[in-house]
Design a protein around this ligand. Structure first.
Ligand code: PLP
Length: 379
């Protein structure tokens, strides 16, 4: 059976979890430290700090880099709600810029248009594992003295200009949620090259403790730690990551080879110098008489699961359109009237994209079945 989400869990993960159970060291400890070391080596970054999930990683990364209540952070609305929610947790204001119509990532020109005196940071999201135009975004952040915080929660293994995504910003966040390219079950991490920032992040995510831990609390922090069982799964997954990424790439190349040029159909385009890590593959319909609902139905009839993901832009969610009426930070901060935000490309792609199974347990045969069915649907 073809599945959209199907983590590649085997003996390696089972053995790693059993070893932790046998050790009885269940809390975050040596296994988590080992994961941090190995993931930092993989990325080619100085530090990785694990967290309880990608949302808490973003929350801490923004706080530790100095994003304060009332600051504006420019990001995308074509993403999972956690991206902009993490800005709100800090009392900061998400400002949404439109996306590129082919890469579906934040458009650097639109980012520049949104910069004001209150802008503190840019938070690009590498959507579906497709790298953003990091050269343009880094130039903008440097020209305007802005922080750059990558939401790399979907982008383990993606590259830009030969460098891993998650190594371009001041602090960069990953999720190891059960569907991701590398899974803990629930887990997250922040990558940074900055020694001081590493210490601060480590402390904020551990109740404001100093590096040695104990019962001294220098600052207010949270419990955003992970645990050795989850980290052990992640460590086993990290060893298989290159192979899992290769299989995703093989599956994507079948989609590209078979469906390129199909009338009314498009795949997400990777930017120049970018290397997609194919967390999610999406098709797009440009045919007015072939809505996404019909495509999903046809795929399901053929036992191929599919779904629309970000059909509702973050600013259209009731949580945002109503924010000034209920959110605790609205006592101190006036948020924009998000019901008035209009981003035409975000809205168009939201309505016209649909997911295509591509995970490493989807076989070549499955992929040819999927492409054959899509050819029929678009004929
Ligand atoms: C783009 C993006 N940002 C943030 C998150 C939050 O990560 P988590 O679910 O681990 O909290 C996710 C997870 O799905 C995501 O896809």
């Amino acid at each position: 059976m073809i599945k959209l989400v199907n983590p590649q869990i085997g003996e390696e993960e089972r053995e790693a979890v059993n070893a932790v159970l046998d050790s009885k060291y269940l809390a975050e400890g040596p296994v988590a430290r080992e994961f941090e070391k190995e993931f930092a080596e993989y990325l080619g970054t100085k530090h990785v700090i694990v967290t309880s999930n990608g949302t808490t990683a973003l929350h801490v990364a923004l706080e530790a880099t100095g994003v304060k209540p009332g600051d504006e952070v420019i990001t995308t609305a074509f993403t999972f709600i956690a991206s902009s929610n993490s800005i709100l947790f800090n009392g900061a204001i998400p400002i949404f810029a439109d996306i590129d119509p082919e890469t579906y990532n934040i458009d650097p020109e639109k980012v520049e248009e949104k910069i004001t005196k209150k802008t503190k940071a840019i938070m690009p999201v590498h959507i579906f594992g497709n790298p953003c135009d990091m050269k343009a975004l880094k130039d903008i952040s440097e020209d305007h003295n802005l922080l750059l915080i990558e939401d790399a929660c979907q982008a383990h293994g993606a590259k830009y200009d030969g460098k891993y995504i998650g190594t371009f910003g001041d602090a960069n966040c990953f999720s190891f949620y059960a569907s991701k390219n590398l899974v803990f079950g629930e887990g997250g991490a922040i990558a940074t090259d900055n020694d001081e920032l590493k210490e601060l992040i480590d402390s904020i995510r551990n109740h404001g403790r100093p590096p040695k831990g104990g019962y001294h609390h220098n600052i207010i922090g949270y419990n955003y730690r992970t645990n050795n069982i989850s980290a052990a799964i992640g460590l086993a997954q990290l060893k298989k990551l290159p192979q899992m990424l290769e299989t995703r790439k093989r599956n994507a190349s079948i989609l590209i080879k078979e469906l390129d040029g199909l009338e009314g159909f498009s795949l997400q385009k990777t930017p120049e110098k970018g290397e997609h890590c194919w967390y999610i593959a999406v098709g797009r319909t440009d045919k007015d008489d072939l809505p996404v609902s019909k495509i999903i139905e046809e795929l399901k009839t053929n036992d191929i699961p599919s779904r629309q993901i970000y059909a509702i832009p973050s600013y259209e969610q009731p949580a945002y359109t109503n924010i000034n009426n209920y959110y605790h930070w609205s006592k101190f901060i006036t948020f924009p009237d998000y019901s008035k935000v209009k981003l035409p490309i975000t809205e168009r792609i939201g309505k016209t994209h649909f997911e295509i199974p591509i995970n490493p347990l989807v076989t070549e045969e499955d992929m040819y079945k999927i492409t054959a069915v899509l050819k029929k649907i678009f004929a």
